[in-house]
Design a protein around this ligand. Structure first.
Ligand SMILES: [Zn+2]
Length: 306
């Protein structure tokens, strides 16, 4: 199978992006993988540190290896926001295709040092590494970051050269969680262009890129939830970042959480007699798959790129 870098380079040339969809259970893994299979799209299955410990590294690797075998799509397993060398090492040693080392909260030189250490280890084993420079607003794995610190293009160049990182998550206005914007969403395309000037043809990543479907938000609130005011990124901005820029990986977690939760809330509210997980978990997985189908077709532009 072609490796992740093959698809990153192809994505830059052809103007598509790989969806990095977070999972926390088997149904979501199946939803993402079967969508990629049907639409002949490469896809990244991303797991946060919390999900990594909740599901267990060994379970994750063996389930995803099974998915790679069952579905005829290029599927890559990726650690999202690894905060330490140790967790990255565990993922690398266990068979992950790619890890993110997130040293973005550290001083610049320390971020370089930590990212380089992970790259040196990972590259020996053929594993790709994503770094982060600048800070993305919002809540990630329970840790809140109030302010956006946009990526400095010149520092990005130094960072990539010194660490030999394979891709870079940049902060240009997206944010983690379900409450991304109060007013109109916007992205700093001027900063993105400056980064691209400093790093030509280099794979860039956008985190916190869920769009937060308003119909699903309404439905969750109607059936007993409370996520009033949840709002995401305008999809038109993402399409522009993918087609006209070197953004080759788009992280989406919130949109899948919302789809899974909406289905469960609806089932429990409208069918209070249901007690069989087989039934409601299957429905929730199907709801997630619809979202992944939609993203691959209408946002990521990655249909038939396998
Ligand atoms: Zn993220």
């Amino acid at each position: 199978m072609k490796d992740l870098m093959f698809y990153y380079q192809k994505a830059i040339k052809k103007g598509f992006a790989l969806g990095a969809f977070n999972f926390s259970n088997l149904e979501i893994i199946k939803a993402i993988s079967s969508s990629a299979d049907e639409l002949k799209s490469p896809v990244i299955l991303a797991v946060s540190e919390t999900a990594f410990w909740n599901m267990g590294c060994e379970f994750i690797v063996s389930i995803v290896n099974t998915a790679k075998h069952v579905y005829r799509a290029p599927i890559f397993l990726h650690l999202d926001h690894g905060k330490s060398f140790d967790i990255c090492k565990k993922a690398i040693d266990s068979g992950f295709d790619s890890v993110m080392i997130d040293g973005s909260s550290l001083p610049f030189e320390e971020n370089i040092k930590l990212t380089k250490k992970v790259c040196d280890y990972a590259h020996k084993k053929g594993v790709f590494v994503e770094g982060e420079l600048g800070q993305i607003k919002g809540i990630e794995d329970g840790l809140s970051n109030e302010e956006n610190h946009f990526t400095d293009p010149l520092k990005a160049k130094i960072f990539v050269e010194k660490t030999k990182v394979d891709s870079l998550a940049v902060a240009i206005g997206t944010s983690h969680g379900a409450y991304k914007y109060k007013g109109k969403s916007e992205l700093r395309f001027d900063i993105l262009s400056e980064i691209e000037k400093a790093l030509p043809s280099f794979p860039l990543v956008l985190h916190g890129a869920s769009s937060v479907n308003q119909k699903m938000v309404e439905s969750i609130n109607k059936f007993g939830g409370n996520i009033v005011g949840a709002k995401g990124v305008d999809e038109e901005l993402l399409r522009k970042a993918i087609k006209k820029h070197n953004v080759i990986k788009i992280n989406m977690d919130t949109d899948l959480r919302i789809a899974f939760t909406e289905s469960l809330r609806k089932t429990f509210a409208t069918s209070p007699d249901v007690i069989d997980p087989k039934q409601y978990i299957k429905d929730a997985g199907e709801n997630v798959k619809k979202v992944v189908d939609y993203k691959i077709k209408n946002v990521l532009n990655s249909v038939n790129q396998k």
